[in-house]
Design a protein around this ligand. Sequence first.
Ligand SMILES: *[C@@H]1O[C@H](CO)[C@@H](O)[C@H](O)[C@H]1NC(C)=O
Ligand SMILES: *[C@@H]1O[C@H](CO)[C@@H](O)[C@H](O)[C@H]1NC(C)=O
Ligand SMILES: *[C@@H]1O[C@H](CO)[C@@H](O)[C@H](O)[C@H]1NC(C)=O
Ligand SMILES: *[C@@H]1O[C@H](CO)[C@@H](O)[C@H](O)[C@H]1NC(C)=O
Ligand SMILES: *[C@@H]1O[C@H](CO)[C@@H](O)[C@H](O)[C@H]1NC(C)=O
Ligand SMILES: *[C@@H]1O[C@H](CO)[C@@H](O)[C@H](O)[C@H]1NC(C)=O
Ligand SMILES: [Fe+2]
Length: 464
Amino acid sequence: MMGVQGSSIVVVLGLLLNVAVLCNGGKTSTFVRKVEKTVDMPLDSDVFQAPPGYNAPQQVHITQGDLVGKAVIVSWVTVDEPGSSTVLYWSENSKQKKQAKGKFVTYRFYNYTSGYIHHSTIRNLKFNTKYYYEVGIGNTTRQFWFITPPESGPDVPYTFGLIGDLGQSYDSNRTLTHYEKNTQKGETVLFVGDLSYADNYPNHDNVRWDTWGRFVERSVAYQPWIWTAGNHEIDFAPELGETKPFKPYTHRYHVPYKASESTQPFWYSIKRASAYIIVLASYSAYGKYTPQYKWLEEELPKVNRTETPWLIVLMHSPWYNSYNYHYMEGETMRVMYEPWFVKYKVDVVFAGHVHAYERSERVSNIAYNVVNGICTPIKDQSAPVYITIGDGGNLEGLATNMTEPQPDYSAYREASFGHAIFDIKNRTHAYYSWHRNQDGFSVEADTLWFFNRYWHQIDDSKIG
Ligand SMILES: *[C@@H]1O[C@H](CO)[C@@H](O)[C@H](O)[C@H]1NC(C)=O
Ligand SMILES: *[C@@H]1O[C@H](CO)[C@@H](O)[C@H](O)[C@H]1NC(C)=O
Ligand SMILES: *[C@@H]1O[C@H](CO)[C@@H](O)[C@H](O)[C@H]1NC(C)=O
Ligand SMILES: *[C@@H]1O[C@H](CO)[C@@H](O)[C@H](O)[C@H]1NC(C)=O
Ligand SMILES: *[C@@H]1O[C@H](CO)[C@@H](O)[C@H](O)[C@H]1NC(C)=O
Ligand SMILES: *[C@@H]1O[C@H](CO)[C@@H](O)[C@H](O)[C@H]1NC(C)=O
Ligand SMILES: [Fe+2]
């Protein structure tokens, strides 16, 4: 309970904390959380307050702007007038200010009209350098900073945070606070989809996209969040006359998809330090002959494990999920792509969607051919570890109902909100930890040493 403040929600801890129950599979934690419904923070909450001043830039957020990490996309919203889409920026060691020009867009959704949404890409940055940047005009400019990643190389350490299905409840705020206060400092967030949950409001009230943008600014204005599209980004509402999927999401969140030769912002890849990150789209076509399929087929052989040993995949809907929520929703994509993940030795797959935590063993299930009956996942040292981290804390609440008994492939599962850290040490080792949003800031509820699939081809099941 340390560090949890500012909320009137009563949190009831179960008496049995984290006791392992042995069954067929791994461990099902019996950590029991509060009984109440997860509720959103009201509109007048401190975290939603607009910055003061006429036309002050708000909802400032950054993400990687190219393939290698030398560019940053800066986005923000102004509400009174367009103002300027130019970002001023300068490195820590230089007083010389440079400019990156951008553009703004607006959109309408049913009877909502957006503010002026600015996107500006800063290019040709130096690696591993702190930059300050400024947006806004006149008396209401705002300054932020970010640090570019080191140039890619096999032994470059780098620390990623993992957050999914965040929403804007009191628990969302706790998860973000825990991430910020974790002593293992995340340098970039890999976000596995479902951002604002605005679509749960009447008419998909897009005001909740704005509040979410203001809520997370305190992190995403200073470090890039790498975006994955979830089902709550679809905003498909023919009953409201809104038939263009992903309209609010694509207007507000830009990603560098063209840099990896993708044709749509829903699937793309980036290199960052020693990691190669492939973002896939659970809600875009992925069958054979589709643009996403062709792209992934050509993308995987391009990954140079000498330059970027760590091959990480993000998607929204998990392939290996033993909760009774969204059960088997990821199955059709698994059937299409799993053989490639084994062939190319993906290290880890992070997904969201299920509002709980789960980590798999290294397993694959690729032998089945319709007639042979071989359809059970098997331990496979070339296969990735699958981690479901859809437990940011959104208003829909926790997934608590699990399939029983726990399947063999499931190593650890727990119905709690939280975030994770993937801390790359060098080409062979990465330290992974998952943190409940209810413990002390650095309490580790689940941990695993990752041995790189390409550089460390030993059977890590024997290491224990
Ligand atoms: C959200 O968390 C921050 C940081 O812990 C805190 O200052 C703020 O009061 C919280 N707001 C709400 C509405 O819980
Ligand atoms: C949009 O319409 C709903 C009712 O359909 C109404 O409650 C809301 O105030 C309207 N919002 C705007 C911005 O007009
Ligand atoms: C800035 O603020 C001063 C004092 O309030 C005001 O006189 C001036 O017009 C403002 N400038 C702009 C560009 O808004
Ligand atoms: C892979 O990357 C390494 C290190 O940057 C480089 O020396 C090598 O030429 C690359 N291999 C290919 C096939 O591009
Ligand atoms: C859990 O899910 C199963 C399968 O959907 C359902 O039959 C069962 O009633 C659920 N249990 C509870 C307690 O909701
Ligand atoms: C890689 O990191 C691990 C964990 O910190 C360490 O034990 C190992 O010696 C490192 N390997 C090399 C080659 O430095
Ligand atoms: Fe989802």
